[in-house]
Each structure stands twice: as structure tokens, then as C-alpha cells.
Design a protein around this ligand. Structure first.
Ligand SMILES: NC(=O)NCCC(=O)O
Ligand SMILES: [Zn+2]
Ligand SMILES: [Zn+2]
Length: 473
């Protein structure tokens, strides 16, 4: 059935204007003033913004990690994402050394199919680069539309790859049109610092942060950026948490290297003192990289504002406090790393960013949606509001005030790291390819309505001035 969104204010990464949006067959078919829409179902957006659906480029749904499996899966995770105004997620498909990449991808398809309520794609982890992987990679890109590869520079003896693998992945990505993503922390140095802490009997959650200082993130970020320059390739640094890493990304971009940076809501509003909460509550705030001293937040906000960082991912990787995070009682290294963020990503950016004057409304749309679509081969099908694009749309009330709480969130995890934080703004109605997923703040979607997205190859490059220059799409 045709739908029309009337009386709202459309916001894209470049424009803000009042118009009606007509939706037919899952696509936006017309945008204009006072559209005559006989037979269409009317969605009234008076006093509300209409945003392109959020694109979360960084999730770990139902991921085996830290001796357990992340709590939110493709069902609860994508429902929660939709409640928050996100209509696409790109999840990390883990691979096992020595096993065909295809097996891992099949595992991820099995997890997501018939569960996801919004569209989704996969990034592919590269744990080891060898002849078999090199041979399979182009096939995976063509058949599966997976055009971004993740290399972990940390988590020694688990996911960590060596510099040879990182460099060979960068070279292959350049040749094939892929974007290399890195978790940038120096895993070897972290291992040394962890052993030192444990030998001294320092086992509380705060030592998670103290054994992963900003220098190890800055060093790894700089190394990855240099290798990218050498390979003349392209790099996306995930979950940037500190000034040291921002500095390296900025420096690389100024040199003309094709390097991009993502931060996450937790680094923008929470700080290292949360890890010192009594009764082991600090475990709720264990991420890698860790939360930092508060002053880093200003650096991250400024970097989003001036374009030195370009995107916001949730790094959704949730674990219950009771029964999962407590695996690390008495040994911080056994606390599963990660938290439930997927639902609040968009709201935090709007409330803390736009409402507090740190970024503009159009930058907000770019950071939470458009830029992600462009970097990960989904634009213009997704990430904007234009005739012919997917009708992934969010009707957003910019004035409602509410308090984030695990009592009201839709994620499966038993706590919310933003508990008690007041935000302004909320997604009211969310459409995925023209179908309601959230209607008047109620879930009305169907499991499995989300479609797997085959993504286009990478095609975007910053200029010497550090500002992005779009190539033809
Ligand atoms: N970030 C985190 O602590 N957990 C998820 C896995 C990762 O992204 O490193
Ligand atoms: Zn990571
Ligand atoms: Zn992650």
C-alpha cells in the first residue's frame, strides 16, 4: 500500500526542508509540497523530523567472545536498533584460521536469516592472510557483496593478526576494492601490561583500562595508518576512543591517506571513573578500547565536528551483568568486553550532539547514516532521502525528554550503561523499505523482514585537505 509522510521536516546530510514523502513499493517515489495522494496511508509528522534510517556500521550480534556469546542476537538486536531509529546494521562475521571464509559466512547467514527485522550486511574478519584467503576473497566479494574486511591488532591469542596479515589485507583490498577496518590497539604491549598487573594482584575492572592506556591505541592507529599509506590502500579505524588515536588519523588524512575514523556513544558520554564503581559494577563498562579520562570526550566531539572522525558505530556487543560480566570476578581479563548500545546510538548523538550544539543537524544525519552508506557501499540505496532510494525512514520527535533505562529498553541485556542519562528526542515511527517496523513507538514488524545486503565496492577518498571528495556513485 502507498504511504505518505506529511507535514514533517526532511533532514539529509546536506539539506533541511519541509516536504511530503510518498512511498510506493518500498521506495521513495515522490517528494514535494502538498502531494495529492489519493489512497495512500497518511503518516502525520507535524513537529517532527524525517531522517534517513540510521546505519550502524559496527555490531556484534550473537557473537562468541570471552567464553560466552553476546546476549543480543539478530532478533532482539535489530528490534532494539529499530526502536532507536536504525534501519541497517553491518555485523562482523568472525572467521576461523584455516577454515574457508564461506563456512563462516554461512554461519552468519544462519544466525540472521528469519530473525532480522531491518536490513543487514556483514564485514568479514581476516585473521590470517594466506594464499587460500587471497583466492577466496574476490569470490566472497562478488557472490556475497562483502566489501569490508576487519583485522584485529589486539586480543592476543584470540583474534589478533600480525602486521604481515594487516599489510597483505591492505594490499588485497586496494586491488579488489575493499575497505580494511582495524581494531587498533597494540595487543602485545597490552599482554605485557596485563601480566604485570595480575602479578601484582591487581584484578579489579579498573585495571582493564589501566592496562590498555591511550598510547597503545595511538601507536596501533598510527601503525595501521602508515601501512595504509605504504600500500596506497584504504582504512577505517573502528571505535576510536582517545586523543592519541584521533591525532594519528588526522595526521594521516592531512598527508592524503585514505583513512577514516569511527567513534562510539560510550566514548562520547562515559568515562574511566565508571570502571571504579563498587560491587564489581565497573564490569558493566568494560570495552576495548576502554573508557578514557573525561577530557578525551571533547577531543572526540571536536573531531566529529571538524570531520577528523566521520562516523558513529555502536560496537553493540552486549552481555548480561549477571551471568556473563561476572565471569571476570576476581580477574578483570575474564570480563567479556562490550556492552548494549545499539538502541541508544542515534538518540545519544542527537541529544548530546545536536541539542547541545556540538554538531549540526545535517552533520548528525551524515555521521549516523549517510557517511556509513557511502563508505560501505550502500549509497544511494540507503543513507539519504531522495526519489528512487529505499524508504528507510525515521519520524523523529526532537523535543520529547526521557531517561534511558534498562527497564524500558528493548535490548536483551540486563543493564544499560547509560542508565539514568536524560536525552531529548526519540524515534516515533520507523519504516524499513516502506514497511512499518516501529509505529507510534510500538514494534509492529515481522521477524525475518530484514533483507541481507550485498554491498558495492569501496569508492571514496579524502583530499589532501582532509575533507572527503566523493567519486561518482
Ligand atoms: N569493543 C568491545 O569491547 N567488544 C566488542 C569486540 C570489539 O569490537 O573489539
Ligand atoms: Zn574492537
Ligand atoms: Zn566491535
Amino acid at each position: 500500500m502507498k504511504k505518505v509522510i506529511k507535514n514533517g521536516t526532511i533532514v539529509t546530510a546536506t539539506d533541511t526542508y519541509q516536504a511530503d514523502v510518498l512511498i510506493e513499493n518500498g521506495k521513495i517515489s515522490c517528494i514535494g509540497q502538498n502531494l495529492a495522494v489519493g489512497g495512500a496511508e497518511v503518516i502525520d509528522a507535524k513537529g517532527r523530523y524525517i531522517f534517513p534510517g540510521g546505519i550502524d556500521p559496527h555490531t556484534h550480534l550473537e557473537m562468541p567472545f570471552g567464553g560466552t556469546v553476546s546476549k543480543d542476537d539478530f532478533e532482539t538486536g535489530t528490534i532494539a536498533a529499530a526502536f532507536g531509529g536504525t534501519t541497517t546494521v553491518i555485523d562482523f562475521c568472525l572467521t576461523n584460521k584455516g577454515e574457508p571464509l564461506k563456512n563462516a559466512i554461512q554461519t552468519w547467514h544462519a544466525k540472521s536469516k528469519d530473525k532480522a527485522v531491518i536490513d543487514y550486511g556483514f564485514h568479514l574478519m581476516i585473521g590470517e592472510m594466506n594464499e587460500d584467503v587471497l583466492e577466496e576473497l574476490p569470490v566472497v566479494m562478488d557472490e556475497e557483496g562483502i566489501t569490508s574486511f576487519k583485522v584485529f591488532m589486539a586480543y592476543k591469542n584470540v583474534f589478533q593478526a600480525d602486521d604481515g596479515t594487516l599489510f597483505r589485507t591492505l594490499v588485497a583490498a586496494k586491488e579488489l576494492g575493499g575497505l580494511v577496518m582495524v581494531h587498533a590497539e597494540n595487543g602485545d604491549v597490552i599482554e605485557y601490561l596485563i601480566n604485570e598487573a595480575l602479578e601484582k594482584g591487581n584484578t579489579d575492572p579498573i585495571y582493564h583500562a589501566l592496562t590498555r592506556p591511550p598510547e597503545v591505541e595511538g601507536e596501533a592507529t598510527g601503525r595501521a595508518a602508515q601501512l595504509t599509506g605504504l600500500a596506497n590502500s584504504q582504512l577505517y579505524v573502528v571505535h576510536v576512543s582517545c586523543a592519541e588515536a584521533v591525532e594519528k588519523i588526522t595526521e594521516a588524512r592531512r598527508k592524503g591517506y585514505d583513512v577514516w575514523g569511527e567513534t562510539c556513544p560510550q566514548y562520547l558520554v562515559l568515562d574511566q571513573t565508571y570502571l571504579e564503581k563498587p560491587d564489581f559494577e565497573g564490569a558493566k563498562y568494560v570495552w576495548s578500547p576502554p573508557l578514557r579520562e573525561k577530557w578525551h570526550q571533547d577531543v572526540l566531539w571536536n573531531a566529529l565536528k571538524n570531520g577528523d572522525l566521520q562516523t558513529l558505530g555502536s560496537d553493540q556487543c552486549s552481555f548480561d551483568f549477571n551471568g556473563q560480566k561476572d565471569l571476570g570476578k576476581g580477574d578483570f581479563t575474564k570480563i567479556p568486553n562490550g556492552g548494549p548500545i545499539i538502541e541508544d546510538r542515534v538518540s545519544i548523538l542527537f541529544s548530546e550532539g545536536v541539542k547541545k550544539g556540538r554538531i549540526t543537524l545535517n552533520q548528525f544525519v551524515d555521521i549516523m547514516s549517510t557517511r556509513n552508506a557511502k563508505l560501505f557501499g550502500l549509497y544511494p540505496q540507503k543513507g539519504t532521502i531522495a526519489v528512487g532510494t529505499d524508504a528507510d525512514l525515521v519520524v523523529f520527535d526532537p523535543n520529547v525528554e526521557r531517561t534511558i533505562s534498562a527497564n524500558t529498553h528493548h535490548m536483551a541485556a540486563d543493564y544499560n550503561p547509560f542508565e539514568g542519562i536524560q536525552v531529548t528526542g526519540e524515534a516515533v515511527t520507523v519504516l524499513s523499505r516502506g514497511e512499518f517496523v516501529i509505529r507510534d513507538k510500538q514494534f509492529v514488524g515481522t521477524l525475518g523482514q530484514g533483507q541481507y545486503l550485498k554491498r558495492a565496492k569501496y569508492q571514496s577518498k579524502p583530499t589532501e585537505t582532509g575533507k572527503s571528495q566523493e567519486l561518482t556513485i
